[in-house]
Design a protein around this ligand. Structure first.
Ligand code: C5P
Length: 219
């Protein structure tokens, strides 16, 4: 990977889970550790890019020379991302496991236990990566697809439906890859091509992915 391949580029990355509050003490979230996104941020910074990392709640140190913006909910991640994209960036990489839904109502006080069941209504969160891909000053836009089955079919669907430049897919059904693991394996697809990046440490995989992104971006 060419040492300063991304000098002069502003790379924006979302990472980690989001947290969708039900009341002051409860929330809905997912298993994302943020490790893949943080590894990509580090790889991009080492390749000379200016990096903005928009991060959900994770317990990871901020990589060197990376500007980190902390958010909690999907709506906060959306607002923070749009502000950065409006101001201008070159490459956007969506690694965050954004909650698809949030509770329709945020209770001001702790929800009290009552007799019988509790029914929650969830409403759709905005799709951040699809909104970025539809932006008038659209950066080169990369999405992730974490699936437990039919990985390539869903990934191809995301490339087209969300109008992405690239989709990095991983199968999170096994214990050795994906969410909390230090290792991962990716199949990267774009219009008219694909590349398999076999099982490796996330940091090493991040370099390979950034290299592919830099090549496709420069075309
Ligand atoms: O549709 P799905 O959630 O499987 O797509 C995953 C990709 O979309 C990831 O790149 C994720 O970061 C992004 N995404 C997003 N905003 C959402 C949901 C997903 O940016 N609300």
């Amino acid at each position: 990977f060419e040492h300063r391949a991304l000098t002069g580029c502003h790379v924006v990355i979302t990472a980690g889970p989001t947290r969708e509050a039900l009341d002051p003490v409860r929330y809905i979230t997912n298993q994302s550790s943020g490790k893949m996104g943080y590894a990509i941020a580090e790889a991009a910074a080492e390749a000379g890019a200016r990096v903005t990392l928009i991060s959900g709640p994770v317990s990871l140190p901020t990589p060197n020379r990376v500007h980190r913006i902390d958010v909690i909910s999907a709506l906060e991640m959306y607002d923070a991302t749009m502000a950065v994209v409006d101001a201008g960036c070159d490459i956007f990489i969506a690694t965050a496991a954004v909650a698809d839904y949030r509770p329709a109502e945020l209770s001001e006080h702790k929800i009290k236990k009552a007799d019988g069941d509790l029914v929650l209504t969830l409403v759709k969160n905005p799709d951040i990566v699809a909104t970025v891909a539809a932006h008038p000053q659209r950066p080169f836009t990369v999405g992730f697809a974490a699936e437990t089955r039919d990985v390539l079919t869903y990934a191809q669907g995301k490339l087209e439906n969300k109008r992405l430049d690239m989709v990095a897919t991983n199968d999170v059904s096994g214990p050795n890859v994906g969410f909390n693991s230090d290792n991962n394996a990716l199949t990267v697809i774009w219009q008219g091509g694909h590349k398999v990046l076999p099982l490796a440490a996330k940091r090493q995989l991040a370099n390979q992915l950034m290299e592919l992104i830099a090549i496709r971006y420069k075309r």
